[in-house]
Design a protein around this ligand. Structure first.
Ligand code: SAM
Length: 304
């Protein structure tokens, strides 16, 4: 029996984002994080996180002592995810004994006021009026947008001297181990799908977002003050079990690749894709699958 067939795989995106939390915890570059800590405005900052999903980053920054007061805005195009973020953040706060209260436009978590904004980023930037954030965060999202088009507007949301922390930017390398004869073909086709993707009527992705951010940040007048790799590395422990819910994370990655490629039979033979997915599914079930994705993090200041 195989784990994958030709039916499009659906998965619970909110559960995928929650399962990604421990993977990101390990991956986020500590040198770049140290630079963020150094640059963070004192007191109660105004933080804007774009493509914030479930809100796992505000929880992480609270846990890591980076943000403990102020206003933290979660902006995302997916209203359902934002709705689910309320419950997820309340549960997270309750587990830590931190007081949380629901508010009409978000929630209060300890001394942090979390605002939820439902908006597509491109449209939000077109309608934006002036700088409003002291800190701008984008985690695992810039490889889903047209960075050269979006970045200047995003940086304009920062007050003078404001800080950006742009993390988990995919950079053109995914490794699945043990090796499989169709690996190169599958990953080439997957990267092409990323490069040609359109969402919300706009180009939406670049398989080499990470390395191109060096130049894109310079061109936007905000060269990085710190940069470093933030590779995802996922493997099972000695007992054959993946940490946390990371087996679900891996399953979601395989489903994402399947969904991206099933409509491109000219790039990967359907039988080859089915074989690749079946082998990867069996390796996952046996705790043998290792997954590595190369990514880059950046921190710096707003232009000027
Ligand atoms: C891979 S998820 C990352 C979510 C979150 N940052 C995290 O790391 O858990 C990407 C998120 O970006 C959002 N997104 C993608 N394109 C967007 C756009 N053009 N405008 C606003 N949000 C977008 C998606 O809805 C999704 O929640």
């Amino acid at each position: 029996m195989t784990c994958f067939d030709e039916t499009p795989m659906t998965f619970d995106y909110a559960r995928y984002l929650a399962s990604k939390t421990t993977v990101d915890d390990r991956a986020l570059n500590r040198h770049v994080l140290a630079e963020l800590r150094r640059l963070m405005p004192a007191g109660a900052p105004q933080v804007l996180e774009v493509g914030a999903g479930l809100g796992t980053m505000v929880a992480r920054l609270f846990d890591w002592g980076v943000v403990g007061a102020g206003e933290y805005t979660l902006l995302d195009a997916d209203r359902e995810l934002l709705d689910r973020s309320r419950r997820w953040l309340c549960d997270w706060a309750a587990a830590r004994g931190v007081r949380s209260d629901l508010l009409p436009d978000g929630l209060q978590v300890g001394d942090v006021r979390v605002r939820l904004v439902h908006a597509e980023l491109g449209r939000y930037l077109e309608a934006a009026h002036g700088a409003m954030a002291g800190v701008l965060i984008a985690n695992a999202v810039l490889d889903l947008v047209d960075v050269p088009a979006v970045l200047p507007g995003l940086l304009r949301l920062l007050v003078p001297g404001g800080v950006y922390w742009l993390t988990i930017n995919y950079d053109g390398e995914s490794i699945f181990a043990p090796g499989h004869p169709h690996d190169d073909q599958v990953m080439r086709a997957y990267h092409r799908d990323m490069d040609e993707r359109f969402r919300y009527g706009r180009p939406a992705g670049d398989s080499r977002t990470g390395r191109r951010l060096f130049q894109n940040l310079r061109a936007a007048g905000a060269p990085a003050l710190a940069a470093g790799s933030s590779d995802w590395v996922v493997s099972a422990g000695p007992d054959g079990n993946y940490p946390g819910d990371e087996a679900y994370f891996l399953r979601s990655i395989l489903s994402t690749i399947q969904n991206a490629l099933r409509s491109s039979p000219d790039r990967v033979e359907p039988a080859d894709l089915a074989d690749w997915l079946a082998v990867r599914g069996r390796q996952l079930a046996a705790g043998e699958l290792v997954y590595i994705a190369h990514q880059l993090d950046f921190a710096g200041r707003s232009p000027g």
